[in-house]
Design a protein around this ligand. Structure first.
Ligand SMILES: *[C@@H]1O[C@H](CO)[C@@H](O)[C@H](O)[C@H]1NC(C)=O
Ligand SMILES: *[C@@H]1O[C@H](CO)[C@@H](O)[C@H](O)[C@H]1NC(C)=O
Ligand SMILES: *[C@@H]1O[C@H](CO)[C@@H](O)[C@H](O)[C@H]1NC(C)=O
Ligand SMILES: *[C@@H]1O[C@H](CO)[C@@H](O)[C@H](O)[C@H]1NC(C)=O
Ligand SMILES: *[C@@H]1O[C@H](CO)[C@@H](O)[C@H](O)[C@H]1NC(C)=O
Ligand SMILES: *[C@@H]1O[C@H](CO)[C@@H](O)[C@H](O)[C@H]1NC(C)=O
Ligand SMILES: *[C@@H]1O[C@H](CO)[C@@H](O)[C@H](O)[C@H]1NC(C)=O
Length: 451
């Protein structure tokens, strides 16, 4: 799903109405920013002696966890942004700053560092969420370039009262789900930004997605810790959408939804050494909702651990839709008591029976599973390849896949439906249901599935 200009204008203008603060700095100097080589190790540069420090407490922020410090943060950001020298906005240790929903924007042309050593905390739930501010997002970075958000501090979303709203799944009377709207704020959102890094922080208890990158180019994430309870709804760890050139390394995530989720328009993503769980595992999708187009390619997820999760590595698409998912590699992933370690679901449907059959689908091809080892929850098939009737999955390759039941000896057979590909080594359990070769091209579909 492309981010059309119209969607963007509508969306951002709604933000604009909600927030009095939008930095009016022109975006012209974006190109004069120093470039951050995404492959180089990006090191925190707060100690740099040439960096000028803008401590939020020097701008009126109190940090007692009770006073609203939003204005102090705005002023510190503006001043740091205006600085001619490399600037560091400092959120000092030992203080807790209560911040309302806020948009940080402006092309601070010098690769600003946003250094969090203390705690930033959100208003405590929907009842006290300030009227007239967005309920969909909390800390927003919009059109920033070369920003580094880093430190050993904590970002506390205080999500508990949001998770318990009666419109959340089974939180209504007698475990019902009352009708919405049911907006809850994403804790940290990067929107239409370039070359951003997020390093070291602890993100706790977001009321919704913890971190979301949307419309960004060049993202480097390293050494984050993200925590929310396993029963907190929609608390995806890191969500990526319409974003390319992303690296996520050395990060530990436990939460109540997907560990990392990758949405439409994402490509060139490298994920290494992440630990997920409890949670719902790593997910590409869901794609193709309401017949939309999705293109996702060149995704590598390697050297990672997924434990006590509903899914391991999953690709999920709705029936209907266009585009494709291709060139995805899952390499060296350790599964520990995962219900569905390897999963393709092209019949994704949130309410069973409510999704009509369709004659198009997001095509899935060139997906490889190498060295996927460990245990699955003994109650369900460890490998589930449910591909579309209209556009089968092709070139699924498996090597060194070894999955054992976490209890007992009862090995469940893989499930395949319209799944074509190749077993390059014997797998445990063997995927005898995988079909050889290629079902032939679907000429009437190729245009629709082209990316
Ligand atoms: C982002 O970083 C890349 C790689 O260093 C560089 O080529 C590009 O110009 C940068 N983009 C911006 C807008 O600074
Ligand atoms: C996160 O929320 C859970 C449940 O509400 C709570 O037990 C835990 O202390 C919270 N963690 C932090 C750091 O606030
Ligand atoms: C939240 O942040 C604190 C640091 O203050 C960390 O010790 C804790 O493990 C985090 N997670 C939860 C769920 O509390
Ligand atoms: C993997 O990430 C963890 C958590 O950040 C870190 O402690 C560990 O050193 C990393 N391992 C490697 C090989 O980089
Ligand atoms: C795939 O993504 C990686 C980064 O994860 C990048 O280095 C590589 O050039 C990309 N390949 C293609 C064909 O674009
Ligand atoms: C959709 O397709 C499935 C499988 O082919 C079939 O069992 C089901 O009856 C169909 N549903 C409708 C509403 O046509
Ligand atoms: C099939 O997938 C493998 C590995 O994912 C890739 O190297 C190969 O190029 C693909 N083959 C075709 C015909 O696309």
């Amino acid at each position: 799903m492309g981010l059309s200009f119209i969607t963007f204008v509508l969306y951002f203008s709604s933000l604009y109405v909600h927030f009095s603060y939008v930095n009016s700095r022109s975006l012209n100097d974006i190109s004069s920013a120093p470039s951050l080589a995404p492959t180089a190790a990006i090191t925190p540069n707060v100690q740099s002696c040439t960096s000028k420090v803008f401590n939020v407490r020097s701008f009126g922020a109190i940090g007692d966890g009770v006073t609203d410090d939003t204005q102090g943060f705005r002023m510190a950001w503006d001043s740091a942004c205006d600085s001619d020298e490399p600037a560091t906005l400092l959120v000092p240790e030992h203080y807790t700053f209560l911040i309302r929903s806020i948009i940080f924007t402006g092309s601070c042309g010098n690769g600003m560092v946003f250094q969090i050593e203390g705690t930033i905390t959100a208003p405590d739930g929907p009842r006290v969420w300030p009227k007239g501010t967005s309920k969909r997002q909390w800390l927003v970075f919009y059109r920033v370039n070369g920003l580094s958000l880093q430190g050993d501090g904590v970002i506390d979303g205080r999500g508990e009262k949001w998770w318990d709203l009666p419109c959340k799944p089974h939180k209504g009377p007698h475990r019902t789900t009352l009708p919405g709207p049911c907006d809850s704020p994403v804790a940290i959102r990067f929107f239409m930004s370039t070359n951003v890094t997020v390093i070291g922080l602890n993100v706790n208890n977001s009321s919704q997605f913890n971190i979301r990158f949307d419309g960004c180019h060049g993202v480097y994430v390293d050494s984050l810790t993200i925590n929310a309870p396993s029963l907190s709804p929609n608390t995806d760890g890191i969500h990526i959408e319409n974003t390319n050139d992303v690296k996520i390394y050395n990060t530990v995530i436990s939460n109540g939804d997907d560990c990392v989720s990758i949405g439409a328009g994402s490509y060139n993503i490298d994920i290494k050494n992440i630990t997920c769980g409890p949670g719902h595992g790593i997910s590409i999708g869901s794609l193709g909702m309401r017949n939309t187009r999705a293109c996702v390619s060149n995704i590598t997820i390697r050297d990672s651990v997924i434990m006590h999760s509903d899914n391991g590595v999953r690709i999920k698409t709705w029936q209907g839709g266009f585009g494709s998912v291709s060139k995805v590699r899952f390499i060296n992933i350790q599964m520990d008591t995962v219900r569905n370690p390897i999963m393709i679901d092209q019949y994704y449907c949130q309410i069973k029976g409510r999704c009509p059959n369709r004659t198009s689908a997001v095509r899935i091809h060139d997906i490889s599973y190498q060295k996927i080892m460990g245990t699955y929850d003994y109650r369900s098939a460890p490998i589930h390849l449910g591909c579309s009737d209209s556009v089968p999955c092709t070139n699924l390759t498996f090597s060194d896949v070894e999955l054992w039941p976490s209890q007992g000896r009862n090995m469940l057979n893989p499930f395949c439906w319209n799944a074509y590909g190749d077993l390059q080594t014997l797998t445990i359990p063997p995927v005898f249901c995988l079909l050889d070769g290629n079902p032939g091209l679907f000429p009437q579909k190729t245009d629709l599935n082209h990316c």
